[in-house]
Design a binder for this molecule. Structure first.
Ligand code: IMP
Ligand code: MG
Length: 171
């Protein structure tokens, strides 16, 4: 496995993103994070700890890949949110935007729940693989078309716990 982004590089960028998000919303208004499980959990936990006390959070789970390294284009809801989004500044927290199909699906269903605003933050983006035009307001790193693992991202449920991002051999 080749390290693509080491832990220090990721931590510095996550702190930067947290600062950017804080500045983008009026000081007296709350921000609600929707973490996309499972891949978003590490990014989300570092992001919220770099932010002030006005953040609330919830979790949603969708499945798009199975054990393959290629997107099937099928998105299935596995776990819905605990609470509604009406009137809330909502930010979807996702590990990576690849084809964009998962995020498009999520943005559509969450927008229908009348959030005050809806934005998306992704640690990684692979623009060369985009199949649909999807808007992501906060991107940590833009990467090439390689299958990566670590910092939440898995291959067949493994490697999510790595503190860095690595390229899986043979992809
Ligand atoms: P999309 O619908 O093609 O944009 O796929 C997004 C989802 O696919 C992400 O939430 C990841 O779970 C998964 N995914 C895409 N690329 C990678 C990768 O390089 N490594 C691990 N998971 C990936
Ligand atoms: Mg995912």
């Amino acid at each position: 496995m080749n390290v693509l982004l080491d832990a220090e590089t990721i931590q510095a960028r996550v702190r930067e993103l947290a600062g950017e998000i804080e500045r983008d919303y009026p000081e007296d208004e709350n921000i609600h994070f929707v973490c996309v499980l499972k891949g978003g959990f590490v990014f989300m936990s570092d992001l919220v700890r770099a932010m002030g006390p006005r953040v609330t959070l919830d979790f949603i789970a969708v499945s798009s890949y199975g054990k393959s390294t290629k997107s099937s284009g099928e998105v299935r809801m596995l776990k819905d949110l605990d609470s509604g989004l009406e009137g809330r500044h909502t930010i979807i927290i996702e590990d990576i935007v690849d084809t964009g199909l998962t995020l498009t699906y999520l943005q559509d269903i969450l927008r229908a729940r009348s959030p005050k605003t809806l934005r998306t933050a992704c640690l990684l983006s692979k623009p060369s693989r985009r199949a649909v035009d999807v808007t992501v307001e906060y991107v940590g790193f833009t990467i090439e078309d390689k299958f990566v693992v670590g910092y939440g991202l898995d291959y067949a449920e493994k490697y999510r716990n790595l503190a860095y991002i690595a390229v899986l051999d043979g992809t």
